[in-house]
Design a binder for this molecule. Sequence first.
Ligand SMILES: *Cc1c(COP(=O)(O)O)cnc(C)c1O
Length: 387
Amino acid sequence: MEEELKSALAARKEDNLFRYRRVLESAQGPSITVGGQGYTAFCSNDYLGLANHPEIGETLRKASFEYGVGSGASHLVCGHSKEHHLLEESLAEFTGRDRALLFSSGYMANVGTINALLDKRDAIFEDRLNHASLLDGGLLSGARFQRFLHNDLDNLTNRLQRTTSRRKLIAVDSVFSMDGDCAPLCELSALAESHQATLMADDAHGFGVLGEKGAGCAEHFSLDQTQLPVLMGTFGKALGTYGAFVAGSETLIETLIQFSRNYIYTTALPPAIAAATRKSLALVESETWRRDKLLSLVARFRQGAEQLGLSLLESGTAIQAVIIGDAEKTMRAALHLENAGFLVGAIRPPTVAVGSARLRITLSAGHSEQMVDALLTALDSCKDSRP
Ligand SMILES: *Cc1c(COP(=O)(O)O)cnc(C)c1O
């Protein structure tokens, strides 16, 4: 085994696909410290600048005095705290659903939900650019697994027409994590209805960001619980905390409580994290300036990048992809930016298709206009960088 693994690792290095971790020495935020060095970060998912918010931190600290650190058990044994329960109620109200259910992470929410809803008699239809957790959930469920072309309704319609399976679930990211574009949720909802299929949206990058009050894709596209029956969201991104939820009908949520293995067989989130998340939710809703600022920074970045002639994917969200193409060139560009004091994501295959390696730049309400302008200047000088 050891020798086999070594050669697989060497092959990955050879292909320029080897991944390294940076050790962060400061809190998450627009300015971070890595290896004693200060950087402006354009790579986190902290879209609203809440990951290091003092009031959320204070709520976490207070709740940890009251409830301790660990939840001590799974929800169904004796780990379901009042703080979890209150957060679920707030989430249901915020999203306009009957009920919401907490999961310990977004990955678990996706895998656990799909597996509670489908088995080998069923079919799942997934956009080919879906997040790995939706894809893994679909594959693990044993349902007939079909990937349709990205945001291609005709391709999906064809597949739906041909299926004879019992239950049919269409699962998509609401905002695609590597491209930043949105799924056509209204059209998907209508399509689902006309084919007796159920629509599920993973709102990891939309929750907190999309919609006037930040309630995410359901609010943005005005989709109620019957039009978008399975709504999943996470707390690790715009909300700046940790964990995830699924919201929907009473029947859906009770089904998950009874049948979702990823819900049943894992320790509940620390109650203090639930308390902090409830605080974050209140800030998301009341501080609308965070979304306004994010949108204006996105517009500023796009305008500047277009002037520089950079190849941007179409995206109105915090996720902005600058396509480079070649994996090695992408790494070189990211290194150049790093030397200039900017950290951005360098996304290569297999995360994205071969030939579409890119810089993944994420904007946050925590950034200033000056930071965005400085990044644009550094991106411009990339063109002249040589290895
Ligand atoms: C981050 C992410 C997840 C996973 O959520 P975690 O809480 O980090 O496990 C799921 N789906 C999408 C689209 C994501 O971006």
